[in-house]
Design a binder for this molecule. Structure first.
Ligand SMILES: O=C(O)c1ccccc1NCC(=O)[C@H](O)[C@H](O)COP(=O)(O)O
Length: 206
């Protein structure tokens, strides 16, 4: 199962995480209102680390996203707001990084509304709905995902912690398209600072 650790912004904490845990992806949040917002200076330091970086964007312009891809050597972008199909299509044409399209889950998922994105994205990412866009620390009702109708792989996110490991594995065994998990606030000492011991345990047992 692939592992994305999101919301890193401290270069030393990020380096220790890469060296000790070797996640598949590290998420850098370029949304100024997030308590995990990474400034350009820290992102530049993190750029040198040997891990694939995912830029997380909320209501960002195409110009900003493309600029950050080049500036910080991003390997993927996570579109975390209501980006239109046309926006995603244009992004796909202008860059060759992976595209993760987030769907925030409240009570239901409208599978039909996801369909037009299929040809221009690499992964869907399901997160728990919150007015703050992400980092809610809460899980959603994963039963909904048992009806997942596409072949496109997806990542599970939203409030994942050590206490969810058994349930995550059970879900993974039922849905072949579930490619991995995205962890964040349940592994923090403070916003943006990860507890590497907790993440190691998660990595070992997942
Ligand atoms: O984490 C944030 O502060 C955040 C804010 C705005 C948009 C996205 C954000 N996080 C992106 C992620 O991919 C998180 O890992 C995801 O929302 C799950 O977070 P959590 O519920 O804390 O596990």
């Amino acid at each position: 199962m692939k592992l994305k650790v999101c919301g890193m912004r401290d270069p030393d904490n990020a380096r220790e995480m890469v060296e000790g845990i070797h996640p598949d992806w590290m998420g850098l949040i370029f949304y100024p209102k997030s308590p995990r917002f990474v400034d350009d200076h820290s992102a530049a330091a993190i750029k040198a680390l040997p891990v694939d970086k995912v830029g997380v964007f909320v209501n960002a312009s195409l110009t900003e996203i493309l600029h950050k891809i080049v500036l910080f050597g991003l390997k993927a972008v996570q579109l975390h707001s209501g980006e239109s199909v046309a926006f995603v299509e244009e992004l796909r044409q202008k860059t060759n990084v992976l595209i993760f399209k987030v769907f925030s889950v409240n009570e239901e998922i409208d599978w039909k509304s996801m369909e037009p994105y299929l040809e221009n994205i690499d992964y869907f990412l399901f997160d728990t709905f919150t007015e703050a866009y992400g980092g809610s620390g809460k899980t959603f009702n994963w039963e909904i995902l048992l009806d997942y109708p596409f072949e496109k792989p997806f990542l599970l996110s939203g409030g994942l912690g050590l206490e969810n490991i058994a349930a995550i594995k059970a879900l993974d065994s039922k849905i072949p398209q579930m490619a991995g998990v995205d962890i964040n606030s349940k592994f923090e000492m403070e916003p943006g600072m990860k507890n590497l011991d907790l993440i190691s345990r998660f990595r070992r047992d997942i």
